[in-house]
Ligand binder design. Structure first.
Ligand code: HEM
Length: 92
């Protein structure tokens, strides 16, 4: 719906590569709206949440484990800005 964040059911980002999805949670995302960084959540918590959304509401993507979150966090630790669609698209 206009003015609301896109649905996670069927989302290309939820159902795509962990590389883009974990980045969205760690740093946030901007397009029409803006999602804040949730980097204060620990790796296991983020992995659990992302596994849940990837297995709910008809989504059938693979689980994400804490070590995957840890390794992506290591790669993006320097970043303090949200991601744009253009940056995330190649990682999808
Ligand atoms: C761990 C919890 C969260 C997860 C897993 C999550 C996941 C996502 C994903 C995957 C998208 C992209 C959806 C798409 O375009 O198909 C998204 C977008 C968005 N989220 Fe979150 N989100 C979380 C928490 C939050 C919170 C706490 C807020 C607000 C306080 C928020 C606000 C938004 C907004 C506004 C967008 C749209 C941004 C845009 O225009 O691109 N999210 N979220």
């Amino acid at each position: 719906m206009k003015g609301l964040a896109p649905a996670l059911a069927g989302s290309q980002w939820v159902n795509g590569s962990p590389q883009a999805l974990v980045r969205i949670v760690l740093n946030g995302k901007v397009d029409q709206l803006a999602m804040p960084s949730l980097a204060t959540l620990d790796d296991a918590t983020i992995a659990s949440i992302l596994t849940y959304v990837r297995r709910s509401w008809g989504n059938e993507a693979s689980p994400i484990d804490a070590r995957t979150v840890e390794s992506i966090r290591g790669v993006v630790s320097h970043r303090d800005q949200p991601w744009s669609d253009e940056e995330l698209q190649p990682l999808r």
